[in-house]
Every structure is written in C-alpha cells, then in structure tokens.
Design a protein around this ligand. Sequence first.
Ligand SMILES: [Zn+2]
Length: 81
Amino acid sequence: MRAPAAYLYRVDLALPVRPMTLAKEAALDKAMAARTTCPRCRRRYHHVLPLRTLGSCLECHDGTPADPANYTAPPAHTLAA
Ligand SMILES: [Zn+2]
C-alpha cells in the first residue's frame, strides 16, 4: 500500500496568518449562529444542532430537557409590557 503524500513546506518562507478582521469575525459568528440556534425556542446552544434531521433542539423535538449550561437564553423582548 502506498503511503499518503505529505507535502513539506519551508517555515522560513512562510508568511504570518492574516489577522482576523471584525467583518470576518461577524460573518463567522453569523454562520455559526445559524447552526447553533434552535428555530423553535430561539436558544443558542454551545454545540451544533441536528437541524437537518430534527429541525430543532432535542428539547423541542422530544422533550428531553436541555442543561441550561449548554445554551444561552434568547434575548428578552424590548417592547413595553
Ligand atoms: Zn428548541
């Protein structure tokens, strides 16, 4: 069996990683928010949700209680009561 190719690079010719811009960070957070926010209860979890198969978090899907340490509660509304 053939060993997988391993490409070697010269460290002395390498350039530093470009610093993350605020716009790039915002775009990444938006993309991650889409994968970690439950569309039904609006909680944002600290892990990626099975949205393709369940379409929601486990608690919304079958009632399995979620540990409050695993999500951030949705923002409260700012309208007058
Ligand atoms: Zn949910």
